[in-house]
Ligand binder design. Structure first.
Ligand code: SAM
Length: 336
């Protein structure tokens, strides 16, 4: 362990020689090749926060840097300390530094204390349960505070389900947006999806098996049956599966054969026509009222039903809908 000494003005990095193949895979024997047994030189920087990605299922995806950092960081801030030790056991790595729990509920409170140690010369490694810290996982607080305090922060990148699923989806990767998990509540989910109806970029969501059927129903309502998508599950694991098709086809598959395990949804962006049709409303309440009156006359609807239709078709930029009462009042004023 590299103990942090107060007053050290220029902490020097520690260089570690690491055997990159030993114990590298739990999915079978390590593949023999020219690199077998090669010694890599890995730097463990002093006086620095290091975010490191951990495997999202396949232990073989652990990088040489991750292993060296787990072994030689002064402090390991882990989302779940038991899972850290479990990973260390699978990697045959000994964690020499102090291990502290660093999760959603305490990361803000703990960030400054850890950064005091960084200031004193420690290497603080931040890892989450799986994948990249900060991507729907803890880590952002310490990055922000490190930036504010002018302390070095770096990253040992690696597996993350977003990029894995995106790359395997077969959908455009040149422009994409990551939306994390959809809201749990139906009304909020519908509003979020409405706000994405005109999104031209490929959209990536994280999802869970117990909400996938409801989310697929809402995706179909928001984007229509024919939009292309991919459902990626259990990435990097033995039962990795990628289902590709239209939203209607994937929904059918979800009903017939509910997917288990960890899931990422990748949805194609809107076509130019869809984007134009769905672009967020900048219509005023008065304009919505005029449209509603026209709709009621043309389709023989009650004015309240016409208003409901019109405001549904013209969501506001955040996906919410205009206030029905306000549109109704505007209709009454126009009719006077
Ligand atoms: N930090 C992680 C990352 O970089 O991907 C994400 C953590 S988030 C709490 C967990 C979610 O990521 C899961 O519910 C699932 O949607 C997705 N995920 C993680 N591992 C996955 C895998 N092996 N296959 C598919 N999705 C995965």
């Amino acid at each position: 362990m590299h103990s942090a000494k107060h007053g050290e003005s220029q902490p020097t990095p520690t260089t570690i020689a690491s055997d990159v193949t030993e114990g590298a895979s739990d999915a079978g024997p390590a593949i023999a090749g020219p690199d077998r047994g090669t010694l890599l030189t890995v730097e463990v920087p002093r006086g620095t926060v290091v975010l490191a990605a951990t495997p999202i299922g396949n232990t073989g995806d652990a990088s040489a840097r991750l292993r060296a950092l787990m072994e030689h960081a002064d402090i390991v801030a882990a989302e779940d300390t038991r899972r850290l030790h479990d990973l260390a056991r699978r990697l045959d790595v000994h964690v020499n530094g102090r291990v502290v729990a660093f999760h959603d509920h305490n990361e803000r409170a703990k960030a400054d204390g850890l950064l005091d140690e960084v200031e004193a010369g420690a290497c603080v490694l931040v890892v989450s349960d799986a994948g990249m810290p900060t991507i729907n996982d803890p880590g952002l607080s310490i990055v922000r505070r490190a930036i504010e305090r002018g302390l070095p922060v770096t990253c040992a990148p690696g597996p993350s389900a977003v990029l894995d699923a995106l790359a395997l989806s077969g959908l455009p990767t040149d422009r994409f947006c990551y939306e994390g998990f959809l809201p749990r509540k139906h009304a909020e989910r519908v509003q979020r999806l409405r706000s994405l109806q005109a999104e031209r970029r490929t959209i990536v969501f994280y999802e869970t098996p117990h909400r996938i059927a409801d989310s697929m129903d809402d995706l179909l309502s928001a984007f229509g049956p024919d939009r292309r998508m991919a459902l990626a599950r259990e990435l990097t694991k033995d039962y990795e599966e990628i289902r590709r098709g239209t939203i209607a086809e994937i929904l059918d598959g979800v009903v017939m054969d509910p997917p288990r395990g960890e899931i990422v949804l990748v949805i194609a962006g809107a076509s130019e026509d869809e984007a134009r049709e769905n672009s967020a409303s900048t219509l005023s309440v008065e304009e919505l009222a005029v449209l509603s009156i026209d709709r009621a006359l043309e389709d023989g609807l009650r004015i309240k039903d016409a208003i409901a239709e019109v405001i549904e078709e013209h969501p506001l930029p955040d996906g919410s809908l205009a206030n029905r009462k306000q549109v109704y009042s505007a209709v009454l004023e126009i009719k006077q």
